[in-house]
Design a protein around this ligand. Structure first.
Ligand code: ZN
Ligand code: ZN
Length: 276
């Protein structure tokens, strides 16, 4: 039994680690094609991001592996394999439920991570990436990785979800984790501008968290940020992209809500060390 649990934890760590390397690697290659030079001079930082991320892979993989074993051996979780075990309408509902609850968990633990003592002890590792790259998706201090690693395992113990729907949730989690740190928008404009963009989080939103710290804490949705008054709109990649391309910096263009990088421009907060 101990051997089976250990093997399951090892297998899951390997899956999480390889998934990270493949997805981050793919988006890093895409970044080189789309914005050559965007990660110029960041080699040492990228190496650190990869090392922290692979350590996080073990912290994510162990509880996931134990639960995967418990699911197979003892039916511990509420993950189901027969798609007709629940009505079909429940499939999208379960996905939405998981994303909303994961986002809620992330928002509040992330705010806690920005308390000065916790920031210094743990979350500073993630914010050491200035600016983050596609490799920063899981660059967390072990304490932060633990708070992240328990979210989905806790949910699968309580809320029924089809194994395919769970795979979809994990794919969304992985892709958003990478693209939010990538330094440019891969998604169509309607996802980060206009009415839908007002509620969804993509790179433009999380980039501003990495610039200004005390705002834009959410993971997938802007609901909690807007409710709690911590939403500071979306950033603008014009400055970093112009720097990467070696062109003079263009004036930032104001967005529909007038919230584009006003005054100091994108990157104004970079280098600042505010932890609150
Ligand atoms: Zn981040
Ligand atoms: Zn943060």
């Amino acid at each position: 039994m101990l051997l089976a649990v250990t093997l399951s934890a090892l297998a899951m760590t390997l899956i999480v680690g390889v998934r990270y390397l493949l997805v981050s690697g793919a988006f890093a290659v895409a970044t080189r094609a789309k914005h050559p030079g965007l990660y110029r001079g960041l080699d040492a930082q990228v190496r650190r991001e990869i090392a922290w991320s692979l350590a996080s892979a073990a912290i994510y993989g162990i509880p996931a592996g134990v639960l995967a074993w418990g699911w197979q051996a003892h039916g511990w979780t509420r993950v189901y394999g027969d798609v007709h075990a629940y009505p079909l309408w429940y499939l999208p509902v379960s996905v939405a439920l998981y994303l909303v609850l994961h986002d809620t968990w992330f928002y509040w633990t992330h705010r806690w991570m920005h308390r000065p003592a916790v920031f210094k002890a743990a979350h500073a590792v993630h914010h050491a990436s200035r600016p983050p790259t596609a490799w920063a998706a899981m660059a967390f201090h072990p304490l932060e990785a633990v708070t992240g690693a328990v979210a989905i395992p806790l949910l699968v113990l309580v809320i029924p979800i089809h194994v395919g729907a769970l795979g979809f949730v994990l794919a969304v989690m992985t892709v958003m984790g990478v693209t939010n740190h990538m330094g440019w928008e891969v998604f169509p404009r309607f996802m980060w501008h206009g009415p839908l963009g007002g509620w969804l989080i993509t790179a433009s939103h999380h980039q501003r968290h990495h610039e200004r710290y005390g705002c834009n804490y959410g993971l997938y949705f802007r609901f909690w940020d807007r409710l709690c008054g911590t939403d500071r709109g979306v950033g603008d990649f014009a400055r970093t992209h112009a720097q990467a391309a070696g062109r003079p910096i263009a004036r930032p263009v104001a967005g529909p809500r007038g919230d584009a990088a006003a005054g100091g421009g994108a990157g104004a907060g970079r280098g600042a060390d505010r932890a609150a």
